[in-house]
Design a binder for this molecule. Structure first.
Ligand code: HEM
Length: 536
């Protein structure tokens, strides 16, 4: 090396490789510069502007590769600093976070043609759902087709076709809890009961079947897959979503995602074949999603993976969400005896004790309705909904939102807006007294600040299951209140702050007592036997 520098013209490059102290210093400086220029873009945010000089919304200086548990707290802290529309870089992906109802409406609803796609998250969209199952599809004709097919089962009119099934499942929910508690004598953890209730409703709508026991292996497997889905698909929680090279190597997270994909194909594929066998045998299978899919498969050009993913979508999307709200309701009501007392007073005054609330009693029980809406607000099962994705450049209030930006609806912050919900951390159903609209109707109000809450998302990707979810919540919650005195245990406080799940959230396990309120509870519950529609 010394020989070379001695014999050749002394270029700066050669000098770098010589061993004089100055050269060593130069070499070190070069290394540091190279290291910084390589590392800097991976650590610090990139502020970009459009051609007219509009900058992206402000946001934190650093880039992130995942957010810690309870990411809503970080988002709230940032929105305090940077305002209702801020941006954060997750690896190379720009996220824009919406923390105000008016901005949410302007972007996600009024400009829905631009902000209705989905990012191809490595875990959720690519590995587990293969870009299907409605929720993972980009905004295109395939998504429109799949959503249209699913909606055939989810409109208010379609729900009337299986209203008696929802009614029956609510009956079985209360009945199984009643017997499990030995008529109120022993405390229970309600999680499995709420899970089976929501699962059976989804199985009925999807496959015209149900499970008849909380110990049924299908119940176990389907609930476990729904839980795994919830844990693996948080919009901020997977480092593998934001560091591309990790996607090429067999990490445990990637393996879990692949296993879940295979599990969905296996379990739901087998269930589709059961429905097909029933139809082929000439059985009059009740209307359900899979029957619709099988009858229209050729005409709609659906392949096998479309069938499996579409048939799984209600179970993946509609079990933990709905059962989560029921569990948050039970946790809240057991911790708020004054709300429970007012609910009981309204039920005794309006309904009496001869029968329990039915679907058509909803408008006569404004306080119970208010409890359900307030539960959805204060314990929305998805604090970040599902991120939308932009398909064009857009400038909003002088801020540039580039094409391919992920947009997050920060429900946590929107639901704690003190202007709209004074004393917002307090569970206070009174704030919804006088609100006679369904959540679906409320989502269409012209003034965004008048909407009840944003738990079902917004715009063209708004939850298509909201009508059926509202009916399920009404039947379960109004009847739990009618039947039971619901209490927490003195030595087992229920946490209303912590939770499980990365995308959907359910409370930590807890136990409560459910004491029958009067003699009619037993008589009414005993009037109906549990049936098995079909064992899988
Ligand atoms: C309380 C219960 C529920 C809550 C809180 C809830 C919430 C949500 C949210 C926040 C989204 C994302 C919306 C957006 O991107 O803006 C969503 C999407 C979705 N939900 Fe629900 N959901 C519930 C129940 C259900 C049920 C029962 C079903 C099925 C019957 C269902 C099926 C879906 C589907 C298929 C999507 C994807 C829509 C799309 O990407 O176009 N959900 N839900």
């Amino acid at each position: 090396m010394v020989y070379l520098t001695y014999n050749l013209p002394d270029t700066g490059l050669l000098a770098l490789f010589s061993t004089t102290p100055l050269s060593v210093l130069r070499f070190s400086v070069l290394l540091v510069v190279l290291a910084i220029s390589f590392i800097y873009p991976h650590i610090f945010r990139r502020n970009i502007e459009d051609k007219d000089g509009y900058p992206i919304p402000p946001g934190p200086l650093l880039r992130y590769y995942f957010l810690r548990r309870y990411p809503e707290r970080a988002l709230r802290a940032w929105s305090r600093i940077y305002g209702p529309l801020f941006s954060v870089w997750m690896g190379n992906q720009l996220f824009v976070v919406i923390s105000d109802a008016r901005v949410a409406k302007d972007l996600l609803v009024s400009n829905g043609a631009i902000f209705s796609s989905r990012k191809r998250f490595f875990m959720k969209n690519q590995t587990i759902l293969h870009g299907r199952a409605i929720t993972a599809s980009p905004y295109n004709d395939k998504w429109r087709q799949h959503r249209r097919i699913a909606m055939q089962l989810l409109t208010p009119k379609a729900i009337q076709g299986y209203a008696s099934v929802l009614d029956y499942e609510a009956h079985i929910l209360i009945r199984s809890m009643y017997y499990e508690t030995k008529m109120g004598a022993i405390p229970i953890n309600p999680a499995h009961f709420a899970g089976r209730y929501a699962l059976n409703n989804m199985l009925t709508i999807s496959f015209a079947t149900r499970t008849d026991s909380t110990l049924d292996p299908l119940t176990e497997r389907a609930l476990a897959m729904a839980t795994e889905f919830m844990d693996l698909t948080g919009p901020w929680s997977n480092i593998v979503d934001f560091i591309e090279p990790l996607q090429w190597i067999p990490t445990p997270t990637r393996s879990r995602g692949r296993r879940l994909h295979d599990g969905i194909m296996d379990v739901y594929g087998a269930m589709i074949m059961r429905v097909k066998a029933r139809m082929d045998a000439g059985e009059d299978v009740p209307d359900c999603l899979v029957k619709t899919l099988l009858l229209t498969q050729e005409q709609e050009k659906l392949d096998w993976e479309d069938l499996c993913m579409l048939s799984a979508v209600f179970t993946l999307g509609g079990v933990h969400s709905t059962s989560g709200v029921i569990l948050w309701f039970l946790a809240l009501i057991a911790s708020h005896p004054e709300v429970l007392a007012r609910a009981h007073e309204e039920l005794d005054r309006v309904i009496g004790r001869e029968h329990w609330p039915r679907a058509e009693d909803e408008q006569r029980l404004p306080y119970i309705r208010a409890i359900i809406k307030e539960t959805g607000r204060i314990h929305s099962p998805f604090w970040m909904a599902t991120p939308h994705f932009s398909t064009e450049d857009f400038v909003y209030n002088g801020m540039y939102i580039p094409k391919n930006t992920a947009l997050v609806l920060n429900c946590y912050d929107i639901h704690h807006n003190e202007e709209k919900y004074p004393d917002s951390f307090c569970f206070n159903p009174d704030r919804y007294l006088g609100d006679t609209l369904t959540c679906a109707e409320s989502s269409k109000l012209p003034n965004a600040m008048d909407r009840d809450h944003w738990a079902f998302g917004a715009g063209r990707r708004i939850c298509p299951g909201m009508h059926v979810a509202e009916r399920e919540l009404w039947l379960a919650i109004s009847r739990l209140l009618w039947a039971f005195d619901i209490r927490s245990l003195p030595d087992e406080p229920i946490s209303l702050e912590e939770y499980e799940g990365e995308s959907g959230r359910t409370p930590l396990p807890y136990r409560i007592t459910l004491t029958p309120r009067h003699d009619r509870v037993h008589a009414l519950l005993d009037a109906e036997e549990e049936v098995t529609l079909m064992k899988l």
